[in-house]
Design a protein around this ligand. Sequence first.
Ligand code: NAP
Ligand code: MG
Length: 401
Amino acid sequence: MDKIPMKTPLVEMDGDEMTRVLWAEIKKELLEPFIDLKTEYYDLGLPQREKTHDQVTVDAAQATRKYGVAVKCATITPNAQRVEEYKLTQMWKSPNATIRAILDGTVFRTPIMVQGVNPVVKNWKKPITIARHAYGDIYKATEFQPKGPGKAELVFTDETGAETRQTIFDFQGPGVLQGMYNTDASISSFARSCFQYALDAGQDLWFAAKDTISKQYDHHFKDVFQEIFDAEYAKKFKKARIEYFYTLIDDAVARVIRSEGGFIWACKNYDGDVMSDMVSTAFGSLAMMTSVLVSPEGNYEYEAAHGTVTRHYYKYLKGQETSTNPMATIFAWTGALRKRGELDGIQELPAFADRLEKACIDTIEGGTMTQDLYGLWEGDVPARAVTSTEFLKAVRQKLEE
Ligand code: NAP
Ligand code: MG
């Protein structure tokens, strides 16, 4: 059988621990036998980040801007314990934060649904994608705790030195204060990423905030979305027969729960943080959640939503077999290969991605799954929990059928 050719390389970002082990197995078992795999390889494993003083992460992000499509393995975000464990000279920043700072953009998270693992919300039939604005608001806020009575003011000094002042509150006793911001540049790129993603996915886009209470801040988000939609996307949406609408966040949560899924829900930073955990938990398993960063320049970085599965890795190091679910990591690869194929006009790549995804889903629906899904299984066929390697072999067999 001839292997599928590639034109432009994928930016391949390797990672850490259990997911690094799976990464190599996925390539060997499911990709390299079928594709003449072209990648530009960046090792984002913690030892290499330490060795290059994290330059490798910056280089990988720059390569993503150059080539347009990347696939990333989960990586360790160092904390004090990791500094000790890996003898780090610095507590390197989260690679995802570094990459996001260079690419900008929006993170889209979508659950992989299989029959037999049912969402907690029984009317959810199709996946719900959360689009989280990953910039500003309370994540970059300045906070202050007045210890006693006093006046809190909001002061803005413009370039000429002119000030505008507003009283926030006259404190009669101790309390708390917070100042936060966002920028038109970031809100606009968030909006464009969401509109573009909705067009790519052929799904409706919902955007929800609290403009009735936050009459300037949240209202501004709503206005920016609407202006960009009217000017640049309204016609395209009509042609694609999809819809964009804004609604209040409290109305949105009620509608989301009653919906059957199959749409994109754009959320401000904090709402997206909270809602993506709620949605992923309600759909079943973190191991079945995919994630893609879409930049305003049209660059795509695909990954799994979960981490490096450290607990399983320590078992693996002791020589024990693990039952770690590789689904989200496989789907990161299929997402990237599909996008690369579309951009390069290589039909066989999206077709292969579809076949591989189907083989994965058929394997699980046929009763062969890792431990995490076994615990959630409600399917008709009897389920058996297998090791990661057995699961990959079963998918390979389905793929060859
Ligand atoms: P995690 O790796 O997502 O794992 C948390 C738990 O979720 C696991 O112990 C496991 O539960 C379950 N789980 C997650 N993925 C699974 C899979 N594929 N198959 C089966 N079970 C799975 O999160 P963490 O333990 O909090 O973080 C570990 C490391 O990952 C940290 O160093 C963190 O910095 C990093 N991290 C990286 C990213 C990223 O690169 N995007 C994201 C999050 C975390 P059981 O142990 O009960 O089986
Ligand atoms: Mg969170």
